[in-house]
Design a protein around this ligand. Structure first.
Ligand code: BGP
Length: 463
């Protein structure tokens, strides 16, 4: 039996665009627009229209989450739902009321809200008019939206986050074509990387102006996928060093220390693709650091030296510095094609302890997506998801080891509470403690929900 600290936060994470459905929304985000114009780009042609119907169902869903032991819930406020006019920041009354009622309902159910402000969901209008994060002005508009959220809900929401996995916006929208606007433009990806960090700092500046107490915290949620080299050959080590700098440390250092790693600045400058930045902006980033870090972790990166290839500096892509490789013998989640490597959570805890002043953090996403989960329904209609229980247990064992060695980890939020819609996978990968039968819209606790409830009630892991 492993015991977690008494004040350890047990929770789950989800997001507005993946759960609410498009009901009563004033504006479209980029995914809504993309789905309207090309539904077949989405798995089985299923888009975000209904999602888990959380907009209509939250009063029933939250008590179910409570039953599953979820005491903290991270979701997001959709910019395209809350705001009527993006330039002025004027709110849409129905959107404002929805989030207010939702927060009240969470609190009534004893679930503490953690609110995130961007879960990949750029309003389409801003993408069209400015190119979204390509234009620094959109960062000013984002800060205006953030400030509106702080003003409206800061009395009840104490923990705020500017972005979820901003690196995925860069990867999906500007490098590898899995998020709208589906561009492949390395130098632009570098600029967007900077612009998002700047936008986060601008939102944090608004937060600091509004909240002077110790109770409110602001943070960012980063997907930390540590890169492990294929071998100890210098070229492989160099590839892993670049991958860690570009994918992990660039974001971590900007958020925690307000600076960018000198090594990555040098590499980008040598490659001729360093972002455009002013001293004033860099000063703002320096003074607008976070209080609490959210760490999403699903799988590691396995990297090797890049193959000699026609990739040239003219077409700059981060890939000129590293290639991914498939490590023989790695443990795979067959359904998802993702590697399962729980020890990385421990490695992350060591990195944060040794290189980031033991900065406070929590696991803001970790979970297992399984397809065709109806395979595991028993005759009472309960999903027997022992694989999920094992997955969580294995990750928590390593996390516990990190904590026992001094890691400043404050909690564990599972992805996710109720099966939800996702960008490319729609409803293929089921992650929830609660099953959503999308045909009948019936929601039922899975076996893992009862197990998670016991864990969160006692803080004891049956390891
Ligand atoms: C993370 C995202 C989540 C969620 C999860 C699972 O990167 O923050 O929004 O979707 O991945 O991904 P998927 O549902 O595509 O399997």
């Amino acid at each position: 039996m492993l015991k977690f600290p008494d004040d350890f936060a047990w929770g789950a994470a989800c997001s507005g665009p993946q759960t609410e459905g498009r009901f009563n929304k004033r504006h479209r985000n980029v995914f809504d627009y993309w789905y309207d114009t090309d539904p077949q780009a989405f798995y089985n042609g299923v888009g975000p229209d209904t999602a888990s119907n959380f907009y209509n169902d939250y009063q029933k869903d939250l008590p179910l989450m409570k039953e599953a032991g979820i005491k903290h819930l991270r979701t997001s406020i959709q910019w395209s739902r809350l705001i009527a006019d993006f330039e002025t920041g004027e709110v849409d009354p129905a959107g404002a009321k929805f989030y207010s009622d939702l927060i009240d309902c969470m609190l009534e159910n004893g679930i503490e809200p953690y609110m995130n402000l961007c879960h990949f969901d750029m309003p389409y209008e801003l993408q069209k008019k400015y190119g979204g994060w390509e234009d620094k002005h959109v960062g000013d508009l984002f800060a205006k939206f953030a400030d509106k959220c702080f003003e409206l809900y800061g009395d009840r929401v104490k923990h705020w986050f500017t972005f979820n996995e901003p690196k995925v916006i860069v990867d999906g929208a500007y490098l590898y074509k899995f998020h709208y606007p589906l561009k492949v433009d390395g130098p632009l990806a570098v600029q967007v990387t900077y612009n998002i960090n700047l936008a986060s700092a601008k939102a944090i500046q608004k937060f600091r102006a509004r909240f002077k107490d110790d109770e409110h915290t602001v943070g960012i949620i980063l997907n930390l996928t540590p890169a492990y080299p294929r071998s100890n050959e210098p070229a492989d080590l160099e590839a892993a060093e670049f991958a860690n700098l570009w994918c992990v440390d660039l974001w971590l250092e900007a958020a925690i220390k307000g600076t960018f790693p000198e090594k990555i600045i040098k590499i980008l400058a040598d490659d001729g693709v360093l972002w455009d930045a002013t001293q004033e902006e860099l000063d703002l980033i320096k003074e607008s650091t976070i209080d609490l870090l959210g760490v999403n972790y699903y799988q590691p990166m396995r990297v090797q030296a890049p193959a000699i290839s026609p990739k040239s500096l003219q077409d700059w892509m981060p890939d000129i510095h590293f290639d991914n490789y498939e490590m023989p013998g790695r443990v795979m989640n067959v359904d998802k094609g993702w590697e399962i490597y729980p020890k990385a959570l421990y490695d992350i805890s060591v990195n944060l302890r040794e290189n980031y002043g033991n900065f406070p953090w929590f696991v803001s996403e970790n979970g297992m997506g399984v397809s065709r989960e109806e395979r595991f329904l028993d005759d009472k209609g309960e999903v027997q998801d022992d694989y999920r229980i094992n997955f969580i247990r294995d990750h928590l064992k390593w996390l516990h080891k990190g904590i026992s060695e001094g890691a400043n980890c404050k909690g564990y939020f599972l992805w996710t509470a109720i099966d939800n819609w996702s960008w490319m996978n729609a409803y293929r990968n089921r992650y929830g403690l609660i099953r959503d039968d999308i045909h009948t819209q019936k929601k039922t606790l899975k076996k893992s929900a009862y197990w998670y409830r016991k864990l969160s009630d006692t803080g004891e892991l049956d390891a």
